[in-house]
Ligand binder design. Structure first.
Ligand SMILES: [Fe+2]
Length: 206
């Protein structure tokens, strides 16, 4: 919850920080860049931070980096103000069942912020698929908010900046390794879970 509130604070000052469009453009195809540009400035910055963190851990898989940049693009479908996010964070913490119930309706009225929070992974996945993203990027985006798979690999989700966490990410998913992943069909479940775990961890940390 603290991380989410910190995200909100960062969003307040998003106007003061530049957006590295060149970095986004180096990963995304022209049609995916259009989606990136329609995101809010604070979300562009968040996504670039997720991307930088994954790269810092040694990940260079294009599908994962695409997912890092566009996992939240579905939030741009509807207004989603800072106070909306704050309410969602607080209700999720105080009454998670109520938040979930509100999150499964149509994104109108009081339900709108909750619907955005719970349903945006699906919307993001639809949008990037329609814009030609590869199936692995689409699948990672669709799953980015699902509860973590219990211990999908030697990587533990907790204890984020621990050395062995970063090290195992680098060994398993890193550049130049022999476990490169290009498409869902070539991706074993454990590789997928590993990429998803990395995406979720970087998302949570930013
Ligand atoms: Fe998200």
């Amino acid at each position: 919850m603290i991380a989410r509130l910190r995200q909100g604070l960062r969003a307040l000052f998003a106007w003061a920080r530049p957006v590295d469009m060149a970095l986004a453009a180096s990963i995304l195809s022209p049609s995916l860049r259009v989606l990136f540009r329609q995101m809010r400035r604070s979300e562009q910055q968040h996504s670039l931070n997720v991307l930088r963190m994954l790269r810092g851990w040694g990940y260079d898989d294009p599908s994962l980096l695409t997912a890092a940049l566009l996992h939240d693009v579905g939030k741009s479908r509807y207004p989603f103000y800072l106070w909306d996010r704050t309410i969602v964070v607080l209700v999720k913490a105080a009454a998670p069942k109520l938040a979930k119930r509100l999150g499964h309706g149509k994104p109108t009225g009081l339900r709108r912020p909750f619907a955005i929070s719970f349903q945006h992974p699906q919307w993001s996945a639809e949008m990037v698929a329609a814009a030609g993203a590869d199936p692995l990027a689409v699948a990672l985006i669709e799953a980015h908010q699902r509860p973590p798979t219990p211990n999908p690999s030697p990587v533990k989700r907790e204890g984020l900046p621990e050395t062995n966490f970063s090290l195992s990410l680098r060994l398993r998913g890193g550049k130049g390794g022999d476990r490169g992943v290009e498409a869902t069909t070539d991706t074993s479940q454990s590789d997928f879970d590993l990429l998803l775990t990395a995406l979720q961890a970087a998302d949570d940390a930013n």
